[in-house]
Design a protein around this ligand. Structure first.
Ligand SMILES: C[S@@+](CC[C@H](N)C(=O)[O-])C[C@H]1O[C@@H](n2cnc3c(N)ncnc32)[C@H](O)[C@@H]1O
Length: 358
């Protein structure tokens, strides 16, 4: 058969999965994504946003002196951060963008640097072994067989970093949730796998009638208690130690259960088993709120959910990000009568799947 000339060749048309073909510039952007991340993480680690806190406007020379680094790296770092929207510039002076001022200065109530630092120090090196994770179907941040799960650690550095990281993300997700879900219908929250207590702390600050309990592994409860005391919420939030896999039942007496970034850590069998325990613990007017980055039904995105799924490959044994349809099925099978899905735009969730007991 004669070869088709270029003009005769059928056009490649849209890719079969309905995405327009990626132009080479997009391929370049994908390949260099780590430049953005490392510039961002490096700026946090070296304290750039802390130096520029409270509206300070500094020149390259002043930043170089303030960080104790040479003029060239200071110049490059400032240009890099400005290009990413983390800094603004007027004349020769750089200052934090509004977002950097609110989220990237240490000590701010919604500080997000804990998340970035965890990714940089623990997940970034683990992702270098992504091919190993793909080939072996095993995590690369810890070794199955030597510990029970990612969470089974008393390594003080890991304890500090992981739960700080989760707090940074989840306090922002909780802030968004407070705006889309009516908590006035509940009085007692149980945050299962509640970590350092970001959801109870944010929600109890916003809803004066609520009280809450963090249910987590014993070593994590101590972290939660410290955070609760710092937030001035002793007496309204407590922490109860337990194991949601091993304990035959969850604590009762709560009319709402939160599961934030819990189910994606485990396989379907463990997820379904946990939902059955949640259902058994709730009263007739109770509800469970599953806050997650939900995969779409076609399993093609959105990227935060699909790529968090890849992160679960690196971090967990059986975890993956699931779709709202999958959670709906699990909830109905566990005995919930009604399921609604609330779309949200939060850092740690793009949707909340609510299972109502009646
Ligand atoms: C990904 S973190 C999510 C923390 C919190 N829900 C949030 O969104 O910030 C998972 C949490 O589940 C807790 N966890 C893991 N296994 C558990 C178990 N068997 N019983 C109770 N809690 C557990 C971990 O200690 C950790 O705090």
């Amino acid at each position: 058969m004669p070869e088709l000339s270029t003009t005769q060749r059928p056009s490649p048309g849209p890719a079969p999965d309905n995405h327009p073909a990626l132009p080479p510039t997009a391929l370049m952007q994908l390949a260099t994504g780590f430049w953005s991340f490392k510039t961002y993480a490096g700026a946090i680690e070296i304290g750039l946003f802390d130096l520029l806190a409270d509206g300070r406007e500094l020149t390259v020379e002043e930043v170089s002196a303030g960080l104790g680094i040479a003029h060239r790296p200071a110049d490059l770092l400032l240009a890099g951060c400005a290009s990413l929207g983390l800094l603004d510039k007027s004349g020769a002076h750089y200052r934090n963008s509004a977002q950097a001022e609110e989220f990237l200065v240490k000590g701010r109530p919604y500080y997000f640097g804990g998340f970035v630092r965890y990714l940089d120090s623990r997940e970034y090196p683990a992702w270098q072994h992504i091919v190993e994770a793909l080939r072996t179907n095993r995590p690369t941040t810890w070794t199955p067989g030597t510990q029970e799960s990612l969470f089974d650690t008393e390594d003080p550095e890991m304890m500090q970093m992981f739960w700080d990281c989760m707090y940074s993300v989840s306090v922002l997700t909780a802030r968004t949730l407070a705006g889309v879900y009516d908590f006035t219908r509940h009085t007692r929250l149980l945050d299962v796998g509640g970590g350092a207590g970001a959801f109870p702390i944010e929600l109890c600050h916003r809803f004066g009638h609520l009280s809450a309990t963090v249910f987590d592994l014993p070593h994590v409860c101590d972290l939660a208690r410290t955070k609760v005391t710092e937030a001035g919420l002793d007496g309204r939030i407590d922490a109860v130690a337990g194991d949601f896999h091993r304990d035959p039942a969850l604590p009762g007496g709560y009319d709402a259960v939160i599961l934030s970034m819990i189910l994606h850590d485990w396989d379907e069998e463990n997820g379904r088993a946990l939902l059955r325990k949640v259902r058994a613990a709730l009263p007739a007017d109770g509800a469970v709120l599953i806050c997650e980055l939900l995969l779409n039904d076609e399993r093609t995105g959105p990227p935060p959910a699909a790529l968090m799924g890849m992160n679960m490959l690196v971090e967990t044994e059986g975890g993956k990000n699931y779709s709202a349809a999958e959670y709906r099925r699990w909830l109905l099978d566990a005995g919930f009568a009604r399921v609604e899905v609330l779309p949200v735009e939060a850092v740690g969730a793009n949707g909340v799947v609510v299972g109502h007991v009646s």
